[in-house]
Design a protein around this ligand. Structure first.
Ligand code: HEC
Length: 109
């Protein structure tokens, strides 16, 4: 399964009120299979096998928890971290973050 993802990062969210939009590689096709590898390596220890989290403080992706936001928001959360969720800036390439987003979106049941 290959999802074609269009990511539009709102520059206003990044730079407080700026009206411009940054388009991050509009033709980028997220690689679900690479996303699964990234997930198993970096995310599964907390978010669980197939996204079924065992810790109530960690979103369960099989229930779609935390997934009702645009890809740009997920991108920023994964890049910058949220609370106990570590930041992946410098650890994952932008394309790997987009791949893992495509994968976690597929886990919802
Ligand atoms: C050390 C454990 C841990 C690892 C590793 C981890 N997460 Fe998380 N993640 C969490 C916790 C805990 C939260 C809840 C954070 C909060 O709401 O305070 C979370 C939240 C999230 C959220 C929702 C953020 C929000 O604002 O609602 C997403 C999306 C997410 N993680 C994706 C990932 C992805 C993708 C990876 C792998 C690249 C990953 N996480 C790795 C623990 C982890």
């Amino acid at each position: 399964m290959r999802a074609v993802t269009r990511i539009i990062l709102s520059a206003s969210a990044l730079a407080g009120g700026a009206a411009a939009f940054a388009v991050l590689d509009a033709a980028f096709a997220a690689d679900y299979f690479n996303g699964r590898e990234v997930y198993e390596l970096h995310c599964q220890s907390c978010h669980g096998f197939d996204g079924r989290s065992m810790d109530p403080g960690t979103p369960d992706f099989t229930r779609g928890e935390s997934l009702f936001v645009p890809d740009g928001d997920l991108y920023r959360q994964i890049r910058d971290g949220v609370g106990a969720m570590p930041a992946y800036r410098g650890l994952l390439e932008d394309s790997e973050i987009l791949d893992v987003i495509a994968y976690v979106r597929s886990l919802q049941q």
